[in-house]
Write a protein that binds this ligand. Structure first.
Ligand SMILES: NC(=O)c1ccc[n+]([C@@H]2O[C@H](COP(=O)([O-])OP(=O)(O)OC[C@H]3O[C@@H](n4cnc5c(N)ncnc54)[C@H](OP(=O)(O)O)[C@@H]3O)[C@@H](O)[C@H]2O)c1
Length: 168
């Protein structure tokens, strides 16, 4: 089973915003940019595969993404959502084990910062859209040693470039 991180990262490493006010639902966890082509790439790449995300990222989405098994990681064992089609695990490893049992050939870790920081040591591949600009935000992609990874492929698009990384 191939474990793959997929992320969009601004030039300054920012991947997201944390709302200044927790009660401000509208601003809670929004991405600091909107690039339709990048969303399309994310959708096309992940369709049909499970997507694993931290509870905060799921809350930012607000609902499961269609045509993909949505898996949420939370330490809160009492967490419930009004959706039938999501799985909740209290560790990343339990989510990986579940996907292995279900014989998925590939799974995507889709964020956010906390989950990337833990998953980066576990995954075999990364698909990173490097944005051409800096973004304002407080959530960062973890720093990693480029020497431990090789770039298999890259693709320049308008406002971003996609890099496919494989662990050496
Ligand atoms: N640009 C991108 O590619 C991208 C992708 C996804 C998300 N984002 C952005 O990233 C931001 C969210 O990232 P974040 O770092 O704040 O949060 P996050 O990683 O999405 O979620 C953090 C939550 O995950 C759970 N968690 C973390 N480690 C765990 C562990 N070891 N065991 C069990 N549960 C664990 C905890 O949930 P509980 O508190 O419920 O215990 C924790 O509060 C948002 O702004 C979002 O828009 C960006």
């Amino acid at each position: 089973m191939r474990k793959i991180i997929i992320s969009a990262v601004a030039k300054n490493g920012v991947i997201g915003l944390v709302s200044a006010r927790k009660s401000d639902r509208k601003n809670n966890g929004e991405l600091p940019w909107h690039i339709s082509e990048e969303f399309r790439h994310f959708k096309q790449t992940t369709l049909g595969s499970p997507i694993i995300m931290g509870r905060k990222s799921f809350d930012a989405l607000g609902k499961p993404l269609p045509k993909r098994e949505n898996i949420v990681i939370s330490r809160n064992n009492g967490l419930v959502y009004p959706f039938n089609d999501i799985k909740i695990f209290n560790s990343l490893n339990k989510a990986f084990e579940y996907c292995k049992e279900k014989n998925y050939d590939k799974i995507f870790v889709i964020g956010g910062g906390q989950i990337f920081a833990q998953a980066i040591n576990e995954v075999d591949e990364m698909i990173i859209s490097k944005l051409d600009f800096d973004a304002e935000g407080e959530v960062y992609f973890p720093t990693f040693d480029e020497n431990e990874w090789k770039i298999i492929k890259s693709d320049k698009r308008d406002q971003f470039e996609i890099f496919w990384y494989k662990r050496k």
